[in-house]
Structures are given as structure tokens and as C-alpha cells.
Design a binder for this molecule. Structure first.
Ligand SMILES: [Mg+2]
Length: 208
């Protein structure tokens, strides 16, 4: 996997993909239902909440992984952009470099690249399961310019704050039901309910 190293002359915005740029939970649930399972929003996790429609039993974690793999392989048939993301990133790209950083297994890179391109989101994509903070430090090449991560997973936001103390961390998750069950990210992390708020927070931060 090639990591794009940017010239560091502009702010860098790193956007997560699943639940941030692309809807994940709703299309994943639709995919599950087609395969005899469904996602029940009982707590902020997948394993334990993916249940068999026939018996009501929670699918074991191996089964959840297999279902997620099949979903990522077929993502072009299922996933769609989150509300406002295409317009927001187009606006933000006039003042900052944009990179997608997805924790999805790298073998689905081509499917994801094609899906993002289909919606006009031609920004560089990194698919990696390693620590996001360390990766972003490499991409940003230790630049003094602002660096912002938008992610639904708090451990990723804390990872970027740890590796780049001057970074800005924004917690955004498209799915309202699961977002309401998410743990408190702590005072270092900004919360946004939609891409309008994400954009406003970033523009204010960059121009400060
Ligand atoms: Mg995500």
C-alpha cells in the first residue's frame, strides 16, 4: 500500500470512510437481512448485535467477520455517500488537501476506489488496518499546518491526538441511532452531527 506523502503546504483533512463519507450501518443491515441476519441496535458494537432472523441468536464473531468481508467485496452494490459529504469535501478541497483513510482490509481497495470515484470523490485513498495516528503523521510529513481527522471511532481520534498533539479531532457518525449510544469521546474531541457542522468546525479552525 502506497502512503501518499503530501507537500505539507496546505492544511490536511483526513476523512474516515465507513459511517463518515459512505453510509455503512444502514446498507450493512440491508445486506444482512438479505442473508438471513439483522443488526439490532442494542449497544455500540457489531458483534453480539448481529442476530439470526430465524432463531434470534447472536452470530459468532467469525460469522460477523465473514459477513463483513462479503459486504466489503460487494460494497459497490450497497454503499452510498453520507448526506452532504460530496459538496462539503468539494468546498474544503479549495483550502486543504483531502485524504481518505479507511480501516477496511486493503484487499477491497479497488472496489472502494471505484465507489468513491463514482460519486466524484477522487481524493487519495489509504486502506490500512494500522494505527491511524502514525499513518497520518507520515502523510502530513510533520508539517506545522493544521491537520484534521474526521472519524466515527473514538480510538482513531485519540490515536491522532497522541501522535500529532496539534491535530484537530472531529467525531462524526452518520447513523443517528448508533451515534446516540457512542461513548463520550472526551473534551479533546469535537462533536459534529452532520457534514454542515463538520465543515463549519474545520473552516473556523483553519482560519484561526
Ligand atoms: Mg468508520
Amino acid at each position: 500500500m502506497d502512503i501518499p506523502v503530501l507537500d505539507g503546504n496546505r492544511p490536511l483533512i483526513v476523512s474516515d470512510v465507513d459511517e463518515v463519507a459512505l453510509n455503512f450501518l444502514d446498507p450493512f443491515n440491508a445486506f444482512l437481512q438479505k442473508n438471513g441476519y439483522e443488526l439490532i441496535p442494542r449497544s455500540f458494537k457489531l458483534t453480539g448485535n448481529v442476530v439470526s432472523i430465524a432463531g434470534g441468536n447472536a452470530a459468532p464473531s467469525m460469522t460477523v467477520s465473514t459477513l463483513m468481508d462479503a459486504f466489503f467485496a460487494a460494497q459497490q452494490k450497497w454503499q452510498t455517500p453520507t448526506i452532504g459529504v460530496v459538496e462539503s469535501l468539494a468546498r474544503l478541497s479549495t483550502v486543504a488537501d483531502i485524504v481518505f483513510l479507511s480501516a477496511m482490509p486493503p484487499k477491497y481497495f479497488a472496489a472502494r476506489r471505484a465507489l468513491l470515484d463514482e460519486f466524484g470523490m477522487h481524493y487519495p485513498l489509504v486502506a490500512s488496518e494500522s494505527s491511524k495516528g502514525e499513518l497520518i503523521r507520515q502523510i502530513h510529513a510533520d508539517s506545522e499546518h493544521p491537520v484534521i481527522l474526521i472519524d466515527d471511532m473514538i480510538y482513531n481520534l485519540h490515536s491522532v491526538k497522541k501522535h500529532i498533539p496539534h491535530s484537530m479531532a472531529i467525531n462524526f457518525m452518520a447513523n443517528d441511532t448508533f451515534r446516540a449510544m457512542a461513548p463520550d469521546p472526551g473534551e479533546d474531541v469535537h462533536l459534529a452531527a452532520n457534514w454542515t457542522e463538520v465543515t463549519r468546525l474545520i473552516l473556523r479552525h483553519i482560519s484561526a
